[in-house]
Design a protein around this ligand. Structure first.
Ligand code: FAD
Length: 318
């Protein structure tokens, strides 16, 4: 079912959902089930599975020369989605990224997703590879989420890459995109970033999932800005509790977000990592209760495939 229909059917009740990372290459699907099982009691109507671009490793040859080899550390998003849908009877939402795919490969993936009965996709540009200083598009691929979105929207209209494609079946993907209440880090200002978000919605995006935030006023202001500018699709807050003291540095660095002073001071006062986790969970419970009051359609957790903290939060709020 489309995410937008899940939200409509909930008639104003806030839903619970979460995101998983594909397990590292070589691990089994059991790791995914172990990350899902503890959270199923909260009845998620959908579960997201991230996509990861290939990265580089350097192999040293006997001659001493280093060879740059491309490898994918977390493969299997499409297969994991199929497996989740069959085992749990919930909608699985694959993330689709520009980086690492030609347009033809993206089309083939979308055809596979349609065969599998997957109704929703979250369309993103994707992160830069670790070795690159910024995002480098794959030759023959897309540079921005808007371009990838256009390809999915075209397929929803029966328009494929090559005119001689003889079964121009109209796919029915419900398309989601990312939104940044604290601005995407590459955008010169909020207005520019917001302009592209608006464009994505005008091009067919039906829901927005936000980057994580720790101060609800950022979400409230972002939703208000969207509504004032005619963006009326559901805006799903993305949430992640602080679980270690190191995250005071790593979260702002990786995700380009602010941590509220009271939260960072409370973490700094903790005497153990266990105490930090408690502070993070309590902060997130309070955030969630407020988000429910302001009408968030879904509380969507970035679990990083560690269900423990999310389970504690869900127990307190659902
Ligand atoms: P875009 O919308 O392409 O925006 C990128 C930047 O370019 C922005 O600064 C924007 O203002 C600007 N811009 C947008 N469109 C245009 C245009 N047409 N012309 C010029 N400039 C433009 N990454 C992964 O690799 N895998 C994942 O599974 C994944 N899941 C995510 C889920 C969520 C909910 C979020 C919020 C992020 C996720 N990311 C993931 C990270 C995401 O890929 C990065 O934040 C990336 O840097 C931007 O993605 P985007 O789709 O917002 O890009």
């Amino acid at each position: 079912m489309k995410i937008t229909d899940h939200i409509k059917n909930a008639k104003g009740k806030t839903l619970f959902s979460f995101e998983l990372l594909p397990p590292l290459k070589g691990q089994s699907i059991q790791g995914i089930y172990d990350a899902i099982d503890p959270l199923m009691e909260f009845k998620p109507p959908f579960i997201d599975v991230t996509y990861h671009r290939e990265d580089y490793i350097y192999k040293q040859h006997e001659s001493g020369l280093l060879e740059k080899v491309s490898y994918r550390k977390r493969p299997g998003t499409v297969a994991i989605c199929a497996s989740i849908m069959n085992r749990y009877n919930v909608d699985a939402v694959p993330h689709l990224i520009c980086g690492g795919f030609t347009k033809e490969e993206t089309e083939n993936t979308l055809i596979d997703l349609q065969f599998l009965g997957i109704d929703n996709v979250l369309v993103l540009r994707g992160d830069a590879r670790h070795a690159d200083s910024g995002f480098i598009p794959t030759p023959g691929g897309h540079a921005y989420a808007t371009e990838l979105l256009e390809q999915v929207a075209n397929m929803n209209n029966g328009v494929y890459l090559h005119e001689d494609y003889d079964t121009a079946y109209k796919t029915k993907f419900c398309i989601g995109v990312a939104g940044y209440p604290e601005k995407h880090f590459e955008a010169p200002n909020m207005k520019t970033d917001f302009g592209f978000l608006k464009k994505k919605v005008e091009m067919g995006a039906e829901f927005i999932v936000t980057q994580m935030f720790f101060d609800n006023s950022k979400y409230v202001e972002f939703v208000a800005l969207c509504r004032e500018n005619g963006i009326n699709v559901p805006i799903i807050p993305g949430l992640k509790p602080i679980t270690s003291s190191k995250q005071l540095i790593s979260l702002p660095k990786i995700f380009h977000i602010d941590l509220p002073e009271e939260l960072s001071e409370a973490v700094q006062k903790c005497k153990s990592e266990k105490e930090v986790r408690e502070v993070g969970i309590e902060h997130m419970i309070a955030q969630c209760k407020e988000l429910m009051k302001v009408g968030a359609p879904v509380l969507h957790f970035y679990t990083m495939s560690n269900p423990g903290p999310t389970k504690r939060i869900a127990e307190a709020i659902f």
